[in-house]
Ligand binder design. Structure first.
Ligand SMILES: [Zn+2]
Length: 307
């Protein structure tokens, strides 16, 4: 690999963060704008803008993480809950626009790739990542490479059933009892409002926990306990070396991670849970952008391999 650089773009429901990234995950320059969500044209114009702000001679490829499931064969967005991207030939549109190799991936996948290559997962080859935000995103690194499923839409770990026929999931998801309905920041905010008062959101819930509020601690414990059920299943299925918990609600830290580990050990087969480390993510809000940079390098490599 030459010393070239790429642009990594993390498209979120509220902001677009982009940066110039090298092959080691170092970030050189960053730009951030609020996500224009009025229409897909406005959103694409916003993504174009951050890329143009960073574009230079040394940029060899572009990687973009979006909160959507993607058909990696065609580069078409299959479904997108929070942003108007569904049905777009997104990869083709971006590579034609900038005349560079473009890689696209789900936002939680790019966060997992970022933490694996440049964050807390460095040196591991089997890693599960969950991002606890508005929803619960999932990313898998298996056998030393990102696992994306048959068409590239896999690793939606937040939509794992942890309670048969449980409460409805959020957004467009028709499922019930999914992890997202128990352990997302949104789920935490709803439970906090119900149990602790109308102005308690997920952030306030964590603050109350830090101040020792018994009811807040009990609620955080319960959320962590549910999270642990999902972690137990993931240990049994994937036998990962490391489980990384990121996203905004990961700010709850050990208030949820400690009960999650306990439950994980109970639910996982003998000995497997004890050998699995559960840790907080390290790269914070840069994980997606840095991971998108690595996805750009992947696109560059496959472009070089295709005559
Ligand atoms: Zn769901």
């Amino acid at each position: 690999m030459s010393a070239s650089k790429v642009i990594g773009v993390d498209v979120g429901g509220t902001k677009i963060l982009a940066g110039v990234v090298d092959a080691d995950g170092n970030v050189f320059e960053k730009v951030q704008i609020p996500s224009p969500t009025a229409s897909s044209e406005a959103l694409l114009a916003g993504i174009d803008q951050v890329i143009m702000d960073l574009l230079s001679e040394e940029i060899a490829a572009i990687g973009i993480g979006i909160p959507a499931s993607i058909d990696q064969r065609s580069g078409v967005v299959l479904s997108s809950v929070n942003l108007p991207l569904q049905g777009l030939h997104f990869r083709q549109r971006m590579s034609e626009r900038f005349e560079l190799p473009v890689g696209i991936d789900n936002d939680a996948n790019v966060a997992a790739i970022g933490e694996w290559k440049a964050g807390v997962g460095r040196g591991t080859s089997d890693l599960v990542m969950l991002t606890l935000g508005t929803g619960v995103g999932g990313g898998l690194i298996l056998g030393g490479k990102p696992y994306r499923g048959s068409v590239g839409a896999g690793a939606e770990l937040g939509h794992m059933v942890i309670l048969h026929n449980g409460p409805p999931c959020y957004g467009d998801c028709s499922g019930h009892g999914h992890l997202e309905a128990f352990a997302s920041g949104h789920a935490a905010a709803i439970a906090a409002r119900d149990q602790l008062g109308p102005d308690v959101d997920s952030r306030k819930l964590v603050e109350l926990g830090k101040s020792g509020d018994e009811r807040a601690l009990a609620l955080l414990h319960r959320i962590g306990d549910h999270l642990g059920s999902a972690l137990g299943s993931m240990v049994n299925i994937f036998n990962p070396e490391l489980i990384v918990i990121g996203g905004g609600f990961a700010a709850a830290g050990e208030f949820i991670l400690a009960p999650a580990r306990e439950r994980m050990v109970v639910e996982s087969l003998d000995g497997l849970g004890d050998m699995t480390r559960v840790v907080a993510a390290e790269l914070g809000s840069n994980a997606g952008m840095i991971g998108a940079g690595f996805v750009a390098f992947e696109a560059l490599e496959s472009a070089a391999a295709t005559p």
